[in-house]
Design a protein around this ligand. Structure first.
Ligand code: NAD
Length: 495
């Protein structure tokens, strides 16, 4: 007898409840409820409005963690007021580190590519919790705001391993890494290096890398050259919406957020406030995301039945107002879903049908709840030495005036002033008169000639910092270290 699975279900805001009702109804008609119990949870706008800044009740968190699977509709992000995106919070809170989106041409969904007879079938795997999505931002001076871009080796490892494992299961033969390592040599350099490392466990899969701007152009010009692309978070976010455009828009792109303990399945589009409550929303993206969830639960038979019925419906020309042949009148969400239900058990004619496997059982075993927060590490036993510090100043002075003060303030320390940069460009000891400066400087101190790395500790850098703070506002500070002899910091542009 099949095991029953509990899935936390959050309908979402705006069109969320309409498309979620439609999807659950379709799943019920396809027999999914013989295996799955949907447990409703409260998340989203109403919870924010009640003063809960996380946007999810304590009960919702408990139920989601207990189920291990969340199926969610789109949720509104409060504008301003410090309220964070609940979608990002959910991914980060539950460490759903990989975002998988699959983009396939669909019958009845006209695009530039379908008109040219070009079928699209590719996947994007986006790192889902690091990068600028930490939302670590500070105002550093009157004129400067910073957003920290955090990329960790374990984070890179997790997403690349997931990508290769998924590519293997999907039968793909080539995986690309998209990046901007030519500019962000350390952060994206690490992402690319760990991608190549993870690839070693899958010698059967060919790898290649591509700079993200070239990738965008290639995707528009010749999308069929890609099977799967793995990207850091922000780049992956942008590129995956581009790919949604290739297959007809956000309404046709499903999304799975996968971690070791939790998996979140959601539509890619938002709450569509302009059409909410009108009963005209297109449920396809949520249905396709639900199919990814059913396959995650091993309900491949039910997923195939629904997918074939959906393809047959799209092929027949039945459409909601956001796509399809404008000469044909659109139908509402309910009627669209009814058309799919009526086609359960049929297969599409114009595209290959999905093979319907024998009735199986669910295979989902909820991973054990971790007893404590785990510290994950990639590199251990690394020898590090303090070799200097970068001090960041809020100052409207000129580079030459700052240099004069800094040389005086560091005179009795083991550190010498080696560089001043502004917005990443060197402005002292040499620079261009054309470089315009703003009120925020990086001042770099490095060990004086003759001082051996390893003989100076962080306390000496703090002593120097104390000297500098007597004269300047120090907004932040970074310790400069070597790691197994290699510099753990970048050079300034022009250095
Ligand atoms: P949106 O995706 O909600 O809407 C963009 C356009 O696409 C609108 O014209 C809308 O009517 C249309 N559209 C979207 N989904 C549709 C569907 N299923 N059927 C028919 N038409 C559809 O984007 P937005 O307006 O930028 O965002 C609205 C809200 O959604 C914001 O609060 C945003 O933060 C949130 N949002 C949530 C998620 C999520 O929950 N994962 C994703 C994106 C945006």
């Amino acid at each position: 007898m099949a095991t029953r699975v509990r899935v936390a279900l959050a309908a979402g805001d705006g069109i969320g409840p309409e498309i979620m009702d439609a999807t659950v109804h379709l799943f019920q008609e396809a027999g999914v409820l013989n295996f799955v119990d949907f447990v409703p949870v409260e998340m989203g706008a109403r919870v924010f409005a009640a003063g809960n800044t996380r946007g999810m009740t304590a009960d919702a968190i408990r139920i989601v963690e207990d189920c291990g699977i969340l199926f969610k509709g789109p949720m509104e992000t409060p504008k301003g007021g410090g309220g964070k995106s609940i979608n990002v919070t959910a991914r980060k809170l539950w460490n759903a580190y990989a975002n998988l989106r699959v983009f396939k041409s669909l019958p009845g969904v006209q695009t530039v590519y379908s008109r040219a007879g070009l079928a699209i079938d590719m996947a994007i795997v986006r790192e889902n919790i690091e990068d600028t999505y930490g939302g670590v931002e500070h105002r550093l001076s009157n004129d400067m705001i910073q957003c920290k871009r955090l990329i960790s080796a374990p984070g890179c490892d997790q997403v690349s391993r997931f990508a290769f494992e998924t590519a293997r299961k999907m039968g793909l033969t080539k995986v690309h890494c998209g990046h901007k390592a030519n500019i962000m040599k350390m952060t994206d350099g690490l992402f690319l290096e760990r991608f190549r490392e993870a690839a070693k466990a899958h010698p059967e899969i060919e790898i290649a890398d591509v700079i993200v701007d070239a990738l965008c152009m290639n995707l528009v010009v010749k999308p069929q050259q890609y099977q799967m692309v793995v990207l850091p978070n922000l780049q992956g976010d942008i590129v995956s919406d581009l790919c949604a455009g290739l297959v007809g828009g956000l309404g046709f792109a499903p999304s799975a957020n996968i971690g070791n303990h939790m998996a979140i399945f959601e539509a890619v589009h938002g709450t569509a406030p302009d059409i909410a409550g009108k009963g005209v929303a297109n449920p396809t993206s949520l249905i396709l995301s639900g199919l990814m969830m059913l396959r995650h639960l091993c309900l491949a038979r039910e997923a195939a039945l629904i997918e074939n019925a959906l393809l047959a419906t799209l092929e027949s020309g039945v459409r909601t107002g956001d796509f399809g042949d404008p000469a044909r009148p659109p139908v509402g969400t309910r009627e669209f879903t009814k058309a799919i239900v009526e086609r359960l058990g049929t297969t599409p004619k114009s595209v290959p049908a999905v093979r319907v496997p024998e009735a199986g059982e669910t295979c989902f075993t909820k991973p054990a709840r971790p007893e404590a927060q785990r510290v994950i590490r990639t590199f251990t036993n690394v020898v590090t030495h303090v070799v200097g510090c970068d001090v960041y100043l809020d100052s409207p002075l000129s580079p030459a005036s700052i240099a004069e003060e800094m040389q005086r303030l560091s005179a009795d320390t083991p550190f010498a002033l080696t560089l001043i940069s502004n917005r990443g460009t060197q402005v002292w000891p040499t620079g261009s008169v054309f470089t315009e400066c703003v009120d925020y400087y990086r001042v770099r101190f490095e060990l004086r000639d003759g001082v051996t790395p390893g003989t100076i500790d962080q306390a000496r850098a703090i002593d120097l910092l104390r000297n500098v703070t007597a004269k300047f506002i120090v907004c932040s500070y970074e310790l400069l270290r070597t790691f197994d002899g290699a510099k753990g910091f970048s050079l300034a542009q022009g250095q």
